[in-house]
Design a protein around this ligand. Structure first.
Ligand SMILES: Cc1cc2nc3c(=O)[nH]c(=O)nc-3n(C[C@H](O)[C@H](O)[C@H](O)COP(=O)(O)OP(=O)(O)OC[C@H]3O[C@@H](n4cnc5c(N)ncnc54)[C@H](O)[C@@H]3O)c2cc1C
Length: 433
């Protein structure tokens, strides 16, 4: 039987059976069959989580045939799609209809169910995570029951299940709140570390979306601000050639080659980073929102990301830098810094508090352990919450201490999946058995 591997090749699995359902009833049949035969059943997304959160144990349910937009409600401004739809498909379809998600992360390869289930987020705005834009969903529980959840129907399942980790059941449909299609004006420039610290609060309060990359072993950061435009008139997208040279050739191809050099000759990494930052040039452009928010990532890497309280976040960043400067780690990937408002989604990394996200990467073939462990200590001490789909070492007891609604979530899991049909080793670790 063919195996399963995630995007970063950090996780593999060898399920006994692979099924590709088209209809909700076929998913119900799989759940009932699994229950009758004492098997575990897991729907996977696009495999873009770095953790084993989607690793199937016995039966792997594939998303590819369960895709497409089901309905659009222009009065309520909501769109419902099948769970296996990839975000880039949703984005294109919404664009065609003059609509858009409010906010999104860096890429659009994920399935909507996969992105929602781990609390995938972007930066800034009044809502940052995709889960906070969910208006309702339909889920097949461990009893084989099909439940539609929204603020008015099965509200507890809605409240707790918007970041469900795949632990409560199999999502079949998701309804998102949408907004009229809008453009973003992007401004990318470099700055020094000192300027970043002095101006970060002002940056995040005067721009809609702020994404910053600090290049370890240098004093340089790249700042990207995206400001929302009222519509899509008069946009000035990057020309195809410029786009190819800057985003494909430099951000993917050349960066890929430099990453390989860094893996083979780690001592060269600081020089490579200095070279990379000296070639950063200022640019301004505007485009339809999803084309600015997301871009292709072809260089494979491993990632750890924590959300720490926004207040005190800059001090955490400074502590991380001091730790890196003191170490002998050679870090070729920039550290990504984002900020989000608080939300009300029980297991969202931003629940109940404004957050600063710090994300750490190493090439897929490199050893991440000393770097991630050294930095994680600081993030955990700061009350950090790890991204559910990115590498971390927390276990259920640790997570209970940083999520006020953790016990409520566990109780709902006991109710919807008492036989643990949907579990796997990662979920056993982070939720308990
Ligand atoms: C290059 C890259 C860039 C990234 N950028 C960002 C970013 O900007 N912001 C961010 O927050 N994250 C980011 N991520 C992380 C990524 O968004 C999450 O890990 C996301 O969950 C991956 O979605 P997926 O479709 O690949 O799902 P998978 O990783 O395959 O699955 C994730 C979870 O969803 C569950 N699931 C999938 N389908 C269903 C279903 N139908 N019902 C119930 N559960 C289901 C799985 O069982 C699993 O628990 C990035 C990852 C990569 C590799």
């Amino acid at each position: 039987m063919a195996g399963w591997t995630n995007w970063a090749s950090t996780e593999t699995a060898h399920p006994q059976e692979i099924v590709t359902p088209r209809a909700t009833q076929q998913i119900v049949d799989q759940v009932e069959h699994a229950r009758a035969h004492g098997r575990k059943v897991k729907m996977v997304g696009s495999g873009h989580s770095f953790t084993g959160i989607s690793a199937p144990v016995d039966v792997m349910v594939m998303p590819h045939a369960h895709t497409g937009i089901l309905s659009v409600d222009r009065d309520a401004m909501t769109v419902t799609a099948l769970a296996g739809t990839q975000l880039h498909v949703l984005n294109s379809e919404l664009e065609r209809m003059g609509l858009s998600l409010y906010n999104m992360g860096d890429i659009a390869e994920q399935t909507i169910a996969g992105a929602v289930s781990t609390g995938t987020h972007g930066t800034g705005g009044t809502a940052s995570s995709i889960s906070a834009q969910v208006a309702g969903f339909t889920i097949v529980t461990g009893h084989g029951e099909v439940v539609s959840a929204s603020p008015t129907a099965s509200p507890e399942i809605f409240e707790l299940g918007r970041v469900g980790l795949g632990a409560l059941g199999i999502l079949t449909e998701i309804t998102f709140r949408v907004v009229p299609l809008f453009g973003l004006a992007a401004h990318e420039r470099s700055a020094t570390w000192g300027t970043l610290l002095a101006t970060y609060d002002e940056l995040t309060s005067t721009h809609d979306h702020v994404d910053v990359y600090w290049f370890p072993h240098t004093d340089q950061v790249m700042v990207k601000t995206n400001d929302r435009l009222p519509g899509i008139d008069g946009l000035r997208p990057l020309g195809r050639w410029k786009h190819w040279v800057q985003d494909e050739l430099f951000a993917n191809t050349v960066f890929g080659v430099l990453t390989d050099v860094g893996v083979r000759a780690p001592a060269a990494v600081p020089r490579i980073n200095r070279l990379a930052t000296s070639s950063l040039s200022e640019r301004r452009y505007s485009d339809v929102a999803h084309k600015v928010f997301t871009s292709p990532r072809r260089v494979r890497f491993k990632e750890m990301e924590y959300a720490v309280p926004r207040e005190g976040g800059l001090e955490v960043l400074e502590a991380v830098r001091r730790r890196i400067d003191r170490s002998s780690w050679q870090i070729g990937f920039p550290i990504e810094i984002r900020a989000t408002p608080a939300d009300d989604v029980t297991l969202s990394t931003s629940v109940g508090r404004e957050s600063m996200y710090l994300a750490f990467h190493v090439p897929a073939r490199a050893d991440h352990a000393p770097y991630f462990a050294g930095v994680e200590e600081i993030l955990r001490a700061a009350g950090g919450r790890p991204h559910w789909g990115k590498m971390h070492t927390m276990v259920a007891d640790d997570l209970a201490s940083v999520y006020p609604g953790f016990e409520d979530f566990l109780r709902l899991r006991d109710r919807l999946d008492p036989e643990r049909l949907f579990t796997n080793p990662y979920l056993d670790r982070v939720l308990g058995i």
